[in-house]
Design a binder for this molecule. Structure first.
Ligand code: HEC
Ligand code: HEC
Ligand code: HEC
Ligand code: HEC
Ligand code: HEC
Ligand code: HEC
Ligand code: HEC
Ligand code: HEC
Ligand code: HEC
Length: 340
């Protein structure tokens, strides 16, 4: 029974790990990384085209009016006054110069097309093919304006796992497709982050649906409380330098230092806890007593009944060792056994 319990425990730990590893593999792509100037070249647009301004782009053709309307209403939109010192944003800031795209489109042509039941299309193949650019070039379109100075929380973008792994700004922030759907506030609300992240991190969704989990599905806690999707200098995009410091943002009582510490193992809370979710109570990677029996032996005490004394306690060790994270008070024998 005990043995099969361990096997079961191990299986449940190994399974998600295996899924996690295989999940990440498929996220990676093997595109070569080019020198920066190559990406810069890709986002210039056609050299024989001129900037014509949004009014010229759209005056004849009302197909994109919804996008324009929502762009104008957004924080990024052209309504920002010139006095603000912020860069003005219009269609061509991202799509490139548009003169060739609208060449030959006149109000008369639009009227003719409409009579024939046709929608006038601009020659959009002369614009920058944003969707098919390499991720680095896609991001560069945004980084032209969203420099580390202008958008402070992007200052670690280039150091982050996302930038390294062909994830671009538009993998997470849809611009015009959001505008088309009538959404003009591009700010990502914390409650929307989990679904955004699960698009690529399916294995993490599975972890958060386990019996005990941090209340992310309940929307009391968010991926972005612990991770900075824009990149950090820390492992796993964590907001703090170590796992322990990340946990201590909210669980300061477990951080210590204590007079009696549980050796150096509390340096990394993940020795015992899975940060996302687990089949065991309290996010434990293994159920008690198996968790403890990885490193300790069971024992009995003088207070135990005669029958119990022959064997050892194989129940919940923290029933007695209730200060497992550390304590400032000694145990009955004057040592630190976390028993009070
Ligand atoms: C901040 C950058 C940015 C600005 C400004 C911008 N776009 Fe876009 N646009 C994009 C990106 C990125 C895509 C591709 C991904 C997407 O759909 O969001 C796109 C896609 C589109 C599409 C194709 C949508 C689809 O569903 O395939 C159209 C049409 C479009 N933009 C028109 C416009 C017009 C018109 C304007 C000006 C009113 C404009 N865009 C301003 C970045 C921008
Ligand atoms: C021509 C300059 C320019 C470009 C290019 C640009 N932005 Fe912006 N963006 C701005 C300005 C200005 C603001 C408003 C001020 C701010 O929030 O920093 C803004 C705001 C935003 C916001 C916050 C919006 C909100 O509702 O508060 C997001 C998200 C954003 N941009 C994403 C992007 C993405 C993704 C791209 C690339 C596809 C991009 N931007 C390209 C200038 C630009
Ligand atoms: C992996 C998903 C992801 C990627 C990739 C990403 N962002 Fe974000 N972005 C977010 C989330 C989530 C937020 C909400 C703020 C937060 O909690 O960190 C955000 C917020 C923002 C904001 C609003 C800033 C503010 O102060 O609230 C801007 C501007 C922005 N992102 C621009 C960009 C640009 C530019 C890029 C590419 C260089 C980019 N993002 C790449 C997920 C992403
Ligand atoms: C477009 C796909 C995509 C989206 C959306 C996305 N990620 Fe990622 N993420 C990746 C890829 C690819 C990697 C690199 C995988 C790897 O090499 O392990 C990664 C890696 C990570 C890592 C691990 C970093 C490391 O050092 O191993 C964390 C943490 C992470 N993402 C969190 C998030 C969060 C939080 C969100 C939502 C705000 C998010 N991701 C959205 C694709 C995505
Ligand atoms: C309570 C803090 C916390 C929350 C909330 C959280 N994470 Fe994590 N996450 C961590 C820690 C800590 C690690 C590093 C684990 C390690 O190093 O063993 C991690 C690791 C990861 C990794 C890389 C390793 C793996 O498991 O694949 C990804 C990807 C990730 N988290 C995505 C997410 C997403 C997506 C969300 C939201 C749905 C989220 N995290 C919510 C703390 C958190
Ligand atoms: C942003 C705040 C925050 C951070 C950071 C955080 N937690 Fe939590 N933690 C919570 C909340 C909220 C709960 C749920 C409390 C409740 O339901 O009463 C919780 C619950 C727990 C529980 C009990 C779970 C249960 O099923 O009862 C454990 C164990 C735990 N956290 C460990 C950790 C570890 C380990 C880390 C670091 C990887 C961490 N937490 C980081 C906020 C946080
Ligand atoms: C030696 C294994 C072990 C380590 C390492 C460990 N924990 Fe725990 N933790 C447990 C056990 C066992 C429980 C459940 C029983 C209990 O608290 O009595 C628990 C429960 C918790 C709880 C929920 C119960 C409560 O008291 O609020 C939180 C929160 C928590 N741990 C946070 C942390 C943090 C943060 C770290 C890292 C500083 C950490 N743990 C390191 C074993 C560990
Ligand atoms: C990853 C290994 C590991 C795990 C898991 C672990 N411990 Fe420990 N524990 C240690 C180490 C190492 C020490 C320090 C041993 C020493 O100083 O002799 C220690 C010390 C202790 C002590 C004090 C022993 C003494 O001689 O002072 C007690 C009591 C204890 N652990 C109980 C537990 C309980 C209960 C659990 C399960 C909730 C647990 N431990 C889980 C490694 C572990
Ligand atoms: C009925 C209460 C009780 C239970 C259950 C219990 N312990 Fe203990 N344990 C004690 C007491 C009391 C001490 C001695 C404390 C002292 O020094 O005063 C102790 C001491 C220890 C020590 C230090 C041993 C030494 O030789 O100094 C370790 C390690 C330990 N327990 C681990 C565990 C583990 C692992 C479990 C679960 C399998 C467990 N205990 C279950 C009460 C208990």
């Amino acid at each position: 029974m005990k043995f099969s319990g361990i096997i079961y425990g191990i299986f449940l730990v190994v399974l998600p790990v295996t899924i996690a590893i295989s999940g990440c593999e498929s996220l990676k792509s093997s595109r070569a990384i080019l020198p920066m100037k190559e990406y810069e070249r890709m986002i210039v647009g056609r050299l024989d085209a001129q900037y014509v301004g949004t009014q010229n782009c759209l005056s004849a053709c009302h197909y994109h009016d919804e996008i324009r309307h929502n762009l104008d209403a957004s924080t990024m939109g052209v309504q920002l006054s010139r006095k603000s010192g912020m860069p003005l944003v219009n269609c061509e800031s991202c799509h490139g110069p548009g003169s060739l795209a609208i060449e030959g489109i006149t109000p008369e042509k639009v009227e003719m097309d409409a009579k024939n039941g046709k929608q006038t299309a601009c020659n959009y193949t002369t614009l920058i093919d944003i969707k098919n650019l390499p991720a680095q070039a896609q991001s560069l379109i945004c980084l032209k304006c969203h420099t580390a100075n202008a958008t402070f929380n992007l200052h670690n973008w280039n150091a982050g796992a996302h930038a390294f792994s062909d994830v671009s700004c538009i993998s997470c922030h849809s611009i015009c497709s959001a505008f088309k759907m009538g959404k003009y506030d591009l700010k990502v609300q914390p409650k929307d982050t989990a679904e955004m992240c699960y698009k690529c991190h399916q294995d993490v969704r599975a972890e958060f649906s386990l019996p005990t989990h941090h209340p992310v599905p309940e929307k009391k806690l968010f991926c972005t409380d612990c991770h900075d999707a824009h990149g950090t200098n820390n492992d796993k995009l964590l907001r703090k330098e170590t796992v322990k410091q990340t946990c201590a943002m909210c669980h300061a009582d477990k951080e210590g230092p204590f007079v009696y510490e549980h050796a150096e193992i509390t340096e990394d809370c993940t020795t015992c806890h899975n940060p996302h979710g687990s089949v065991s109570n309290n996010l434990l990677i293994l159920r008690e007593p198996f968790l403890c029996l990885q490193c300790h032996q069971g024992h009995s005490t003088s207070a135990a009944s005669a029958m119990e004394r022959k064997g050892a306690y194989y129940t919940q060790c923290t029933y007695c060792h209730s200060r497992i994270h550390g304590t400032d008070l000694p145990s009955a024998s004057g040592k630190g056994k976390f028993t009070q």
